[in-house]
Write a protein that binds this ligand. Structure first.
Ligand SMILES: Cc1ncc(COP(=O)(O)O)c(C=O)c1O
Length: 377
């Protein structure tokens, strides 16, 4: 099983902290979600129907002309798992690091996986039949230029290959999106979208696939009828149609992301990158930081290879203050000698704290003692 964020119940059991006391920053789901209205009883009584306005709302929201096909999904995860079975086993280049479900699904369907870093994209693409990437990437936040990807899609089309672009985190900055470029004229390009992140509707399980119509037909057939529930279709249609909420949400996320960037800089994290929905801190201290924050009831996502911490956004002022206080409590400023030697550790803290000067080797014990004492529940 692949590790994911959002496992609050497991964290509550593991750390002995009640479920309601947690601040969950372990996902990239927006902390402000589309407000769910009361559902009409027909949502529960009647089977969902295809021409209920969902596809039209998605087309309008994503800037897709009427003649281009779009397939609603029960979460983009459904397409991530199904698409690899719609091609004979071959060689697949997958961006690394990235959302782990992508390489796992291709591997499980019998394909050979080749990992690549962003600068190797074109060179790697020449050696494979399928290229898979997330744009902007989860967890690193790396972005690929739209023109670069379009050129690659054209090249893959000439060779009968696929370029699968997962745009789960792309809603805040639509200028770089490829979804409107999909269609029968570019049969290599497949784009996935999710309503779980920007719209904060992860529980509704709604996503979309765009690409050539024949492939979308095969994907629809593999998923079977009524793959989205009627309530999910209903709320997704409202959210996708609500442009003024989307404009406000963009602004909220941009401001929250900038605030997180300042907070992390203030706490001395010099190596960091982000999307507007999460921040990424590559540091060998990631397991220590993850544990120390968890002991204070703050759940983050700890990544192993390379070691890194990913943090989602707090949703209100008290959560911001809680995160700030928790970081103040656990992150030591290493002495200058250690900083020079280790290179990768945090930059000097602008405001020296009581723990400044502690050798970095004592971070683990300091974290355990400090936070354990405060949160021994
Ligand atoms: C990059 C990426 N793509 C797709 C998904 C799946 O999203 P969903 O199935 O909720 O649309 C996730 C979930 O975290 C993700 O991080």
């Amino acid at each position: 099983m692949i590790e994911h964020g959002g496992k609050l119940r497991e964290a509550a059991r593991h750390w002995g902290i009640p479920l309601t006391d947690w601040l969950d920053l372990s996902t990239g789901i927006a902390p402000f979600s589309y407000p769910s209205p009361p559902l009409p009883p027909s949502c529960w009584q009647r089977l969902p129907e295809a021409d209920d306005g969902l596809e039209a709302a998605a087309r309008a929201c994503y800037g897709l002309p009427l003649d281009k096909p779009i397939l609603p999904l029960p979460g983009s995860q459904a397409a991530i798992q199904t698409l690899p079975r719609l091609r004979p086993p071959g060689r697949v280049a997958v961006l690394a690091p990235t959302y782990g479900e992508h390489p796992a699904a291709w591997r499980q369907a019998g394909h050979e996986i080749l990992a690549f870093a962003p600068p190797q994209l074109e060179a790697m693409a020449r050696q494979v039949e399928v290229v898979v990437l997330v744009n902007p990437n989860n967890p690193t936040g790396a972005c690929f230029d739209r023109q670069r990807l379009l050129a690659l899609a054209q090249d893959m089309a000439r060779r009968g290959g696929w370029l699968l672009v997962d745009e789960a985190f792309a809603d805040v900055i639509p200028q770089q999106n490829l979804i409107a470029d999909c269609g029968d004229h570019l049969p290599s390009l497949i784009v996935l979208r999710s309503l779980g992140k920007f719209f904060g509707l992860a529980g509704a399980r709604v996503g979309f696939a765009c690409g050539p119509s024949l492939l979308l037909d095969r994907l629809a057939a593999a998923l079977g009828p009524w793959s989205l529930s009627h309530p999910s279709r209903y709320i997704a249609t409202l959210a996708l149609s609500d442009q003024s909420w989307q404009t406000g949400q963009r602004q909220r996320l941009i401001e929250a992301s900038a605030r997180m960037d300042r907070l992390l800089a203030d706490h001395g994290f010099t190596r960091r990158s982000h999307t507007q929905l999460f921040h990424y801190l590559p540091t060998p201290q990631a397991p220590h930081l993850h544990r120390a924050l968890a002991q204070q009831g703050i759940l983050t996502r700890c990544l192993e290879s390379p070691p890194a911490l990913r943090l989602g956004l707090p949703g209100d002022e008290s959560q911001w203050q809680r995160l700030d206080a928790a970081l103040t409590h656990i992150v030591p400023s290493p002495p200058p000698r250690m900083k020079m030697r280790k290179g990768k550790l945090n930059a000097p803290h602008p405001h020296p704290r009581p723990e400044a000067g502690l050798p970095i080797g004592s971070l683990r014990s300091m974290i355990t003692l400090g936070s354990g004492a405060a949160f021994s529940r």
